[in-house]
Ligand binder design. Structure first.
Ligand SMILES: Nc1nc2c(c(=O)[nH]1)N[C@H]1C(S)=C(S)[C@@H](COP(=O)(O)OP(=O)(O)OC[C@H]3O[C@@H](n4cnc5c(=O)[nH]c(N)nc54)[C@H](O)[C@@H]3O)O[C@H]1N2
Ligand SMILES: Nc1nc2c(c(=O)[nH]1)N[C@H]1C(S)=C(S)[C@@H](COP(=O)(O)OP(=O)(O)OC[C@H]3O[C@@H](n4cnc5c(=O)[nH]c(N)nc54)[C@H](O)[C@@H]3O)O[C@H]1N2
Ligand code: SF4
Ligand SMILES: [Mo]
Length: 881
């Protein structure tokens, strides 16, 4: 076997921080793509700081990036190849994968196998997987979780511009005078971009947020339009026609650079007057007019959008409705003026560049005959996929039908994240041969795998990623590969070699793959395509190692030329689809999305005690009217049902929700909870153009769930999930906290208590039971259950887990003297709780977010909690009034 890694000591120049100790790399999480300086401080220990020289973040990091160091331990990692439940050698596992794929293809043809990959692969990994499937296996059945994420933006860009190009950069935010966020909870999901938006606002820019929920992003906006879900086309068409009336449609720009279909203005004009739009979107006409006037008056406008736009059954039309407005007003290709699709995953863009979607070939090429011929020639491959392959939802449907007979999943967890995930699980279970490459030993997906392959994780892998604004940065290894883990590119090329294509996959290091990818990007140019990485193919290994971040494509469309045959962009005559009235049995609209401090299926953020504190449990957020009608109480449990499935959530009554609409997070899995299984709920319906699922609006119902008792278990180490109605895992220092509730006999919980000396107390009148388990005087578990009584704050008991000697008052759940209860953690960076903030505001008369920061530190590092602090301040003011 070849050594997959250049030794870390090779790192020189820009790969090292100025003082020469830290390694420059890129954050593991979101598409902002922040640069990090990582300093290894011990065995699997690393100090994380923002890279002041990275153009995406200039030194700042959000809560998730800041706490990356808490997620690099080896607990839960997959460290050896596994065949079934048994450990296998790499040779055996790779031979088996290659043989089963080869046999399946021989018997059933190339379209009987598939890869399902991820925007969390590096560009080099992605390139190799795409090459193997499209050029050598000869099928395009490789799709990616970006289908669930970006594909409507990809399709919208292609329709309007002729190529999937994001015509914006973060610098445009600094130059903008108006920033419009559509379907984007930027403060939580792209926090460092959000900090840049706040800075622009401090310098005078205005912020408008268009989101059915009043998110923390919306709370700080100059204007929030809480539109009816799925009414974005109506809103944008209304805006377009307002601009036309106001004379800000740029006729000269349209004449010179844009094709306008003959009936465009008539078709988009229907129902686009202010009153009709206000009715369709269910917003006050005065608010709508304010938005339209602001937009019409401000040439320097950036409209940034993400999943509220993309994840809809008319997602592509919604994207084009936004692009239409920018094209028609000529607000594109100029500083501070652009439509800006912001990407989710760290390498969603790199995946688009290599052609990782079933609907693209490679290097921003489609399946046109000339492109197929060029790519096949370049790869010198025996074959080339003829036509687009199966898109994610179709792919898993065909898996269920038995037409896909071998599947390889890399760096994604479809048993959790696909719509109708119950059917996806059944399909995975029924498929004769499932391979999963992952960094953790067990995921809801990998429990169905015949072969599990241990991949290198962040901090070990080495290659490039492209962020939302086309900036390509290096991710660099900090640690040696643990156990037998290998980089994804290495795993794929070893399978390719064993399938008989060793020469075409003879890579020894990511730099070689990078050079080939760059050569393909400039190979056989067609004079139109913008994506190209000229000059990069000449980078030697040392230059690649030292590569500094750079953005490809300059300022796209600055010259008014578009990558279409006639050089013109195209307006798309999109019209609002009727928003269906609620169904009798499914009266609510279910919206799904993210929490600030968790990443997707929590395989890494779930390890961090600090990140766990922001939102410990999966909540269903419900408007007060719906809660009252359905008999839901704040803090109680509720079952959310759709025709596809059901799951439990903790109820939060919230005025941030519109009546009739509920919101749940996507993060919890079988590993982490008995409830919060959001993937089971959405329908497997997709946008007809992009194939992206409509995750943001599913017909649903909700019902209160009574339980006899509530409680919690704090346990040292890992421990298994208690079997009861409600059990949610929360990472804490030195162990795990399980939040519990149940209906039956709480005695079942005894099964998960570790052995040791027990002390117990019970109060039959309240149905209360408290158990502490000690080993050599140290607390190893504490179980508190009650039917009608109160439960103590968990904080002090959690601290006891780490103590050499448990306090005598452990069954009281508090310290022998006065207990300090900080309340729920608001600032994850400095561990500042709600109660601490509220009392400091009262005691010291703190008036604004900056004052709270000066007094407590809260909000002064990543800034992610600044909206929350602002709300605490304003609520304090209303209470006082
Ligand atoms: N903390 C955190 N950050 C992340 C991630 C994470 O898991 N955790 N994941 C990353 C990834 S992969 C992605 S794709 C991004 C996603 O980033 P975002 O798109 O910002 O996040 P979401 O919470 O999915 O949804 C955004 C908003 O769309 C709104 N919305 C729903 N329906 C509509 C509608 O019809 N119209 C409009 N205008 N808005 C609507 C929702 O109410 C929600 O607030 O985040 C990235 N960043
Ligand atoms: N209902 C609903 N569903 C959604 C969404 C929604 O808003 N609502 N959002 C959708 C979106 S936008 C997205 S992006 C998806 C995300 O959904 P997923 O991609 O399923 O979620 P992750 O938890 O990020 O899964 C990544 C997996 O890869 C592993 N991993 C991490 N790094 C590596 C690596 O380097 N190599 C390998 N081989 N494995 C690695 C992790 O341990 C983890 O198991 O969810 C989608 N699903
Ligand atoms: S905004 Fe946060 S999660 Fe996203 S790349 Fe930057 S530090 Fe990482
Ligand atoms: Mo995403």
């Amino acid at each position: 076997m070849t050594a997959p890694h250049p030794p870390i000591a090779d790192a020189t120049g820009p790969s090292l921080s100025p003082e020469g100790r830290g390694v420059r790399t890129t954050c593991a999480y979101c598409g902002v793509g922040c640069g990090i300086v990582a300093t290894v401080t011990g065995d699997r220990q690393v100090a994380i700081a923002g890279d002041p020289e990275h153009p995406a973040n200039r030194g700042r990091l959000c809560s998730k990036g800041t706490h990356l160091g808490e997620t690099v331990g080896l607990e839960g990692r997959l460290l050896a190849p596994m065949i079934g439940r048994r450990r296998a050698s790499w040779d055996k596992a790779l031979d088996l994968v290659a043989r089963r794929f080869r046999e399946t293809i021989a018997r059933h043809g190339p379209n009987s196998v598939a890869f399902y990959v991820s925007g969390q692969l590096l560009t080099e990994d992605y390139y190799v997987a795409n090459k193997l499937m499209k050029g050598f296996i000869g099928s395009a059945n490789i799709d990616t979780n970006s289908r669930l994420c970006m594909s409507s933006a990809v399709a919208g860009h292609s329709r309007a511009f002729g190529e999937d190009v994001v015509p914006a950069s973060y610098d445009d935010l600094d130059a903008a005078e108006l920033i419009v966020l559509v379907g984007s909870n930027t403060a939580w999901c792209h926090p460092i971009v959000y900090q840049r938006i706040r800075s622009a606002c401090e310098a005078g820019a205005k912020l408008v947020v268009i989101d059915p929920r009043r998110t923390e992003t919306a709370e700080e906006a100059d204007l929030h339009l809480a539109i009816r879900p799925g009414s974005d086309v109506a809103l944008m068409n209304g805006l377009l026609h307002w601009c036309r009336e106001a004379g800000v449609v740029d006729a000269a720009y349209l004449a010179a650079h844009v094709s306008v279909p003959e009936d465009f203005w008539d078709r988009t004009g229907e129902g686009s007057d202010l009153w009709s739009v206000a009715r369709t979107c269910d917003v006050a006409p005065a608010d709508l007019r304010r938005f339209f006037e602001m937009f019409a008056a401000t040439p320097r406008t950036v409209t940034m959008f993400s999943q509220g736009v993309n994840q809809a059954l008319a997602g592509t039309d919604q994207v084009n409705a936004i692009l239409n407005v920018h094209l028609a007003t000529g607000r594109i290709g100029k500083p501070g003026a652009a439509p800006f699709s912001i990407t989710g995953q760290p390498n969603a863009m790199g995946g688009r560049e290599v052609g990782g979607l079933a609907s693209t070939l490679a290097a921003h090429r489609d399946f046109a005959e000339a492109n197929r011929a060029a790519v096949q020639r370049f790869w010198a491959s025996p074959t080339i996929a003829e036509k687009p392959g199966l898109k994610a939802v179709d792919l898993f449907r065909e898996l269920g039908n038995g037409r896909i007979k071998a599947l390889w999943v890399m760096a994604t967890n479809p048993a959790v994240s696909m719509p109708d995930a119950g059917a996806v699980r059944a399909a995975l279970a029924a498929c004769p041969f499932v391979v999963v490459s992952d960094v953790v030993a067990e995921t809801d997906t990998s429990v169905h795998a015949q072969v599990r392959l241990p991949a290198a994780a962040w901090g070990e892998k080495d290659g490039t990623v492209t962020n939302s604004d086309r900036t390509i940065s290096r991710q660099r290894a900090l640690f040696p590969l643990p156990g037998e883990a290998k980089p994804d590119w290495w795993i794929v090329k070893e399978v390719a070699r064993r399938m008989g294509w060793g020469t075409a996959f003879a890579y020894d290091r990511p730099a070689e793959i990078w050079r080939e990818h760059c050569r393909l990007s400039t190979y056989a140019p067609d004079g139109q395509r913008l994506f190209a990485l000229p000059g990069q193919a000449a980078k030697g290994n040392a230059d690649y190692e030292a590569m500094a971040p750079f953005r490809w494509g300059g300022t796209p469309f600055a010259d008014g030329r578009y990558p279409t045959p006639d050089g013109r962009a195209r307006l798309a005559p999109v019209v609002q689809k009727a928003v269906a009235p609620p169904l009798k049995d499914w009266p609510l609209t279910l919206n799904t999305g993210r929490y600030r401090d968790q990443w997707h299926t929590m395989t890494r953020t779930g390890l961090s005690p600090k990140l766990a504190r922001h939102r410990e449990e999966p909540l269903v957020e419900v408007h007060g009217d719906d809660a009252a009608r359905e008999g839901l109480v704040d803090g109680g449990l509720a079952r959310v049902c759709t025709p596809q499935g059901e799951s439990l959530y903790r109820v939060r009554v919230s005025e941030a929700q519109r009546p009739g609409e509920i919101f749940v997070p996507i993060h919890w899995t079988d590993r982490t909870a008995s409830g919060g299984r959001t993937g089971l709920l959405p329908r497997p319906l997709v946008d007809p153009v992009s194939g992206q699922p409509g995750f943001k609006a599913s017909p649903a119902a909700i019902a209160a769930v009574a339980c006899r008792w509530r409680g919690f278990l704090i346990v040292a180490g890992e421990g298994e999930r208690p079997e009861c109605l409600w059990a949610t895992r929360v990472a804490v220092p030195a162990g795990v906290l399980w939040e519990l509730a149940g209906d039956g006999d709480p005695a079942v919980l005894e099964a998960v208590l570790p052995k040791g000396a027990r002390i117990e107390a019970a109060d039959a009148s309240r149905g209360t039971k408290r158990v502490a388990v000690l080993v050599d005087g140290r607390l190893v578990a504490a179980l508190f259950v009650t039917e009608t009584g109160l439960l103590p704050s968990r904080d002090w008991l959690i601290e006891q887990l780490g103590a050499a000697q448990a306090a005598p008052t452990v069954l009281a759940g508090r310290a022998p003297g006065l207990a300090v209860d900080r309340g729920p953690i608001v600032c994850a960076c400095f561990d500042v709780g709600l109660k601490t903030i509220v009392s400091a505001i009262a005691a010291q008369g703190l008036g604004d977010v900056a004052a709270v920061g000066a007094a407590l530190g809260a909000g002064t590092n990543c800034g992610s909690c600044r909206p929350a602090i602002a709300r605490i301040l304003s609520q304090g003011a209303t209470h006082a009034a």
